[in-house]
Design a protein around this ligand. Structure first.
Ligand SMILES: *Cc1c(COP(=O)(O)O)cnc(C)c1O
Length: 226
């Protein structure tokens, strides 16, 4: 068995072991690394992993090119900071955008989606790390924008996404995942009437913790290839 297949099975086992609702959990294979060539993509597909995640539009388009017609069988997930001027390139096919992190990008996605008569599934990325990065909404800014976000008819907010703080302190990581789940529960109660279903959280080194805290989508890259 080669490495990708071995890793997929390992991660699927971990999902069963660490999640309390394994049948709801989706593995998004992050394919953004240069090491991910056509044979690796095809090995993922052979293992029925059909959700791929990319964080740059150009690399995403290169991966699609690499796959040829097979690209149409893939759910393409955008997981990085999206630039407004790149939205038009992906709007026709993108399956889910995990990283809506400001009003202006939500408006651009909405406008472009309307042009192509699509409603795009999105997640709101929340920055819970306390780190001063551009990745994700500050929680308070998000609540401020929420009424306007909910008016956008061509995006459908399906849930939340976060990246854990960059630390070896497992309790800090766990606390940020737990916080994301609590925000989702609060939103479901106050604004979404239970329709928020997704929690996209957990990467190679922390997905087990994320599963224990209720992740429905894990985004795993490096572990799949090494
Ligand atoms: C790269 C990336 C991942 C995957 O990270 P690994 O550590 O390689 O598993 C997940 N989410 C986002 C947003 C990323 O940019």
């Amino acid at each position: 068995m080669s490495i990708v297949t071995e890793r997929v099975k390992e991660i699927q086992n971990d999902i069963k072991k660490h999640s309390s609702y394994p049948q709801k959990v989706k593995l998004v294979a992050v394919t953004k690394y240069p090491i991910v060539d056509k044979p690796k993509l095809e090995e993922l597909i052979e293992n029925e992993i059909l959700d791929f995640g990319e964080n740059r539009v150009q690399v995403l388009e290169d991966k699609r090119e690499l796959l040829g017609e097979e690209k149409n069988n893939i759910n393409w997930n955008f997981i990085g900071n999206l630039q407004k001027n790149k939205v038009k390139y992906i709007i026709g096919y993108i399956h889910m955008i995990h990283s809506v992190n400001r009003m202006s990008i939500a408006e651009e996605i909405n406008k472009r989606a309307k042009n192509v008569k699509r409603v795009i599934d999105v997640l709101i990325e929340i920055n819970l790390s306390g780190e001063d990065s551009k990745e994700g909404y500050e929680e308070s800014d998000f609540y401020k924008d929420l009424p306007e976000l909910m008016k956008l008819e061509n995006i459908k907010i399906k849930g939340l996404m976060t990246i854990a703080p960059n630390t070896d302190d497992e309790e800090k990581v766990r606390a940020s995942f737990r916080k994301l789940r609590e925000i989702k529960e609060d939103l479901n109660e106050k604004y979404f009437n239970g329709t928020l279903s997704e929690l996209s959280m957990g990467m190679s080194h922390d997905y087990k913790i994320a599963l224990e805290e209720g992740a429905t989508i894990i985004r795993v890259g490096s572990k799949l290839y090494s």
